[in-house]
Design a protein around this ligand. Structure first.
Ligand code: KIV
Ligand code: ZN
Length: 517
């Protein structure tokens, strides 16, 4: 990889599906991971870390499914420094066109003593053994020194040199706990370049966590002194405070090319699409003032700013909204738009759907246009995402009628399709949402706990579609369900039912006990 590449080209290694998913509550199912992987591939990500195959059967299958689907990006799986981990990882990656095994071991005194309870010599030998074994199964091996930023320099140099000798092509130095500051982290990378004799045989990679809000700054500082792979996630998703946000890294390199003359293969116009998808799937709302992808990132509220932007956008905009794929909200289609116009719109927005999916989406679009006078780009995104989210649901939402207000207790009458049968239930509750969820519980008894109920509006105005996320937890496993509709209660019911479907898959049962009885 290194020899054929421009020396200023930075490899983008996306770990949204692995480190991102380690964020509590951010679980994704197999279909969602494949969808995200396809968007990452389309946007030009070089390496997609799809999961940690030995960690669960679900992760194994997801890595395998991504390996089967993705063709241009390399697909990577994570493995600890153990033969069984590496074998399982290689097995999951077997269908991939381009594959990478990423194996890691802690090297800091703290981690070796308390976490691994291993002597440095044993750690060093394990590095050699694990990389050697991985190289027998895969040409492209990455080795990470976990807690690398808190590792003694002499020992780090020794492990890095041995990992390269054993066949690692990429050496990753994680700031696992987000402790480093930019000049210190850059000095660490420079130190490795100066002291490790065979460093020119590997790409140096950085992987920064955001505990002090410095993940992006640390990553960029490392690139400026010679790192040529950045590990990052969409929306900065990840353990604790998250990982370096891909959109921030890529747009900083693009916007400040004068100071950082490095390139990536990312089509930045796909950033908003990826951000929205990851946010919808995980239920992690992007904060409005988040750099690049926040709702306010390109909004100008003060009169002085608005005036300046109207005269010349560069007065207050250092990047164009279009460069990150943000289109000014515009009316796209109306009630009278035909199928051809709708299909063309989907294509323009980057959705390649099959004929059946287009027919379903068109039906839903007509339905939406009947209820909502103005249909915007964002409505189409929500509509298509909603359709895709529930494509494999076995329990389906059919209809809902809710009576509520200040005069009588709320009552919900709900219809679901379960195993081909239409079932209905009526329930009351402490409010219309509670009544709706109680009706679902009557038809689909379960003990799952509601961890999150979140509503956001897709566009402005009181006729906007609501996007609802419901997070449920059962036996330590969490799932996120999504639903969108102009009626918030319908969107809520759809999201709850979608979450229950995902729980069913997690339980590896096709139907709830109540049904099969
Ligand atoms: O943060 C970290 O150290 C990691 C490694 C497994 C690369 O995620
Ligand atoms: Zn990490």
């Amino acid at each position: 990889m290194k020899t054929s590449m421009d020396s200023n080209r930075v490899i983008i290694f996306d770990t949204t599906l692995r480190d991102g998913e380690q964020s509590p509550g951010a679980s994704m199912n197999l279909d969602e991971k494949v969808r995200i992987a396809l968007v990452l591939e389309e946007m030009g990500v070089d390496v997609i870390e799809a999961g940690f195959p030995i960690s669960s059967q679900g992760d194994f299958e997801a890595v395998q499914a991504v390996a089967r689907t993705v063709r241009n990006a390399a697909v990577c799986g994570l493995a600890r420094a153990a033969k069984a981990d590496i074998d399982r990882c290689a097995e999951a990656l077997r269908p991939a066109e381009r594959k990478r095994i990423h194996t890691f071991l802690s090297t800091s005194p703290l981690h070796m003593k308390f976490k691994l309870q291993m002597e440095p010599e044993a750690v060093h030998q394990a590095v050699i053994d694990s990389v050697t074994h991985a190289r027998r199964l895969c040409d492209d091996v990455e080795w990470s020194a976990e807690d690398g930023s808190r590792t003694e320099h002499d020992f780090l140099c020794r492990c890095v040199e041995s990992a390269i000798k054993a066949g690692a092509r990429t050496i990753n130095i994680p700031d696992t706990v987000g402790y480093a500051v930019p000049d210190e982290y850059a000095a660490l990378i420079r130190m490795l370049i100066e002291r490790v004799p065979n460093i020119d045989q590997a790409i140096l990679s950085v992987h920064c966590h955001n505990d002090l809000g410095l993940a992006v700054a640390n990553s960029l500082a490392a690139v400026r002194v010679g790192a040529r792979q950045v590990e990052c996630t969409i929306n900065g998703l990840g353990e604790r405070a998250g990982n370096a946000a891909m959109e921030e890294i890529v747009m900083a390199l693009r916007t400040r090319h004068d100071r950082m003359p490095f390139t990536t293969g990312i089509k930045t116009e796909s950033i908003m699409k990826a951000s929205h998808l990851v946010s919808t799937v995980t239920g992690f709302v992007v904060q409005p003032n988040k750099a690049i992808v926040g709702a306010n990132a390109f909004a100008h509220e003060s009169g002085i700013h608005q005036d300046g932007v109207l005269k010349n956008a560069q007065t207050y905009e250092i990047m164009t909204p279009e460069s990150v794929g943000l289109k000014r909200s515009k009316l796209v289609l109306g009630k009278l738009s035909g199928r051809a116009a709708f299909k063309a719109k989907l294509k323009e927005m980057g959705y390649e759907l099959g004929d059946n999916a287009i027919a379903d989406a068109f039906k839903r679009f007509k339905d939406l246009a009947d209820r909502k006078r103005e249909v915007y780009d964002e409505d189409i995104v929500a509509l298509v995402d909603d359709e895709m989210m529930r494509a494999s649901d076995v329990v389906r939402f059919l209809g809902l009628e809710v009576h509520c207000g200040s005069k009588a207790p709320p009552q919900a009458i709900l219809e679901l399709e379960m195993e081909g049968r239409t079932l209905s239930a009526t329930a009351s509750g402490d409010g219309p949402v509670d009544a709706t969820f109680n009706a679902i519980k009557k038809l689909f008894p379960h003990e799952a706990k509601l961890q999150l109920y979140q509503v956001s509006a897709v566009t402005e105005g009181t006729d906007a579609q609501a996007e609802v996320t419901v997070r449920l937890e059962e036996n330590g496993k969490t799932v996120n369900g999504q639903g969108a509709d102009t009626d918030t209660l319908v969107a809520s019911a759809k999201a709850y039912v979608n979450a229950l479907n995902k729980l069913l898959v997690k339980r590896e049962r096709r139907a709830p006990a109540a049904l099969s009885a």
